[in-house]
Design a protein around this ligand. Structure first.
Ligand SMILES: NC(=O)C1=CN([C@@H]2O[C@H](COP(=O)(O)OP(=O)(O)OC[C@H]3O[C@@H](n4cnc5c(N)ncnc54)[C@H](OP(=O)(O)O)[C@@H]3O)[C@@H](O)[C@H]2O)C=CC1
Ligand SMILES: CC(=O)[C@@H](O)[C@H](O)COP(=O)(O)O
Ligand SMILES: [Mn+2]
Length: 391
């Protein structure tokens, strides 16, 4: 029996993880579940999985969570520190499925217990990749990628010599606006951007998919996790989202990973690793699919991709600044303060300003430096948002 904790249990990745665990109760014991504002669902999950502990990120949700779990014997806590402390209770595997940079501290704490971190929270690698990996190595912990593309690359690399890898191709669906003329993008609404052609995901990553910020983050994630050179990492638009990534070797072989657009595959792979086990996802019918399509990922159409290349080139604290500026710009877009195309423009401006102040160079990352840069970049983005909104 494996013990499991889920950070971000009430979200899209969290729900898929709960689903897999609920289908095989004899294989898992749940230690802690954490959530945010959806305390009703968090309480239901905690009862369903007989968790030891349920934690909400927000102090003002504590009373509701406590009331919902009264008489169950399930412990209750609230606040960011309580989520990090949940990592101090032993679990064989921690699922990192909080959205945003808020996912970094609990994941880091789990790594310090030398355990296994199944990492959906790509922001952890984008903001603090070298530090995260160094901490994992220092404490003998394991990080398993859960992002579909990175799980695909990981699976394609099993048993391979990394020296023989020439390139990695991360596929992109192209998001909600892949068939829109470029002139229309400036007027894209939050509702339009919040609808993904293939995947059912949280709102923030869905909008990031439409702007290609998701893919930009994934290019950085690929560099940080696998250690490839930026020049080895490519992306291509693949509208069907059936090939998740490809790895090219020095003999010309290109190994593709295919699967249905269902995150339970990548989550199930991590839950069963290092073995494979049954996962209840659709089996692809290739004859029915008949064809797979590919288009170039145009950096003029998707400036986020070019920004990601700059970030990889700069290194240091650029990833932390990039992610924080992107999160703040996304908040402003969702709040209706700025337009769809303003997001990439603001992120670019913040990075340029911080780099001009030499605020991004850093030889050795630490959590404090990452959080300081995160704070600075968010504040600067908000200033730029005010200027944009006043126009
Ligand atoms: N969804 C997907 O298919 C994929 C997601 N990912 C990555 O996985 C992560 C999760 O994405 P997704 O499941 O879509 O996100 P969701 O928005 O669906 O869920 C986010 C989870 O985090 C919780 N949460 C929100 N804010 C905070 C906070 N400040 N502190 C602690 N917890 C918080 C939410 O709680 P509540 O809802 O209760 O408020 C919820 O449990 C992201 O990093 C995303 O990029 C990667 C690949 C695919
Ligand atoms: C399921 C998953 O891993 C997402 O990150 C997915 O990749 C989003 O799709 P696009 O960013 O390719 O639209
Ligand atoms: Mn992905």
């Amino acid at each position: 029996m494996r013990t499991v904790t889920i950070f971000g249990a009430t979200g899209s990745i969290g729900e898929s993880t709960v689903d897999l665990i609920a289908r095989a109760p004899e294989q898992y014991r749940v230690v802690a579940l954490t959530g945010g504002r959806n305390v009703a669902r968090l309480a239901e999950q905690a009862i369903l999985l007989n968790a030891e502990l349920a934690v909400t990120a927000f102090d003002d949700c504590f009373a509701d969570l406590k009331a919902a779990l009264a008489g169950t014997g399930i412990e209750v806590a609230a606040g960011g520190a309580a989520i990090v402390e949940a990592a101090d209770r032993h679990a064989d595997l921690f699922m990192s499925a909080i959205v945003g940079a808020a996912g970094l501290p609990p994941g880091l704490r789990a790594l310090r217990h030398g355990t296994t971190l199944a990492l959906a929270n790509k922001e952890s690698l984008v903001t603090a990749g070298p530090y995260l990996l160094a901490e994992a190595a220092r404490y003998g912990a394991t990080i398993l990628p859960v992002d579909s593309e990175h799980s695909a690359v990981f699976q394609a690399l099993v048993g391979e010599d990394m020296q023989t890898v020439e390139r990695v191709i991360i596929t992109a669906s192209g998001g909600a606006f892949r068939d829109w003329p470029m002139e229309k993008l400036a007027g894209a609404t939050i509702e339009q951007a919040s609808s993904h052609p293939n995947w059912d995901m949280g709102q923030r990553i869905t909008i990031d998919s439409a702007s290609m910020f998701n893919k930009a983050m994934e290019l950085i994630e690929t560099k940080e996790f696998f250690g490839f050179q930026p020049s080895q990492i490519e992306t291509v638009v693949h509208p069907e989202s059936l090939i998740h990534a490809l790895v090219g070797f020095n003999d010309g072989a290109l190994m593709a990973h295919l699967g249905p657009p269902d995150m339970r595959h990548a989550i199930g792979y991590a839950l069963h690793w290092p073995e494979r086990g049954h996962v209840p996802v659709e089996r692809l019918d290739l004859v029915k699919i008949a064809s797979l399509n590919f288009r170039p990922a145009d950096e003029a159409r998707y400036p986020a991709l070019r920004i990601a290349r700059d970030v990889m080139q700069t290194g240091g604290l650029a990833g932390a600044a990039f992610n924080a500026a992107k999160e703040a710009a996304l908040d402003a877009f969702i709040a209706g303060q700025i337009g769809f195309l303003d997001m990439a423009r603001l992120v670019d401006e913040v990075l340029n300003r911080l780099q001009g102040q030499n605020g991004l160079s850093c030889d050795i990352l630490s959590l404090d430096k990452v959080l300081e840069t995160d704070h600075l970049a968010r504040e600067m983005t908000q200033e730029f948002v005010q200027v944009t909104a006043a126009r």
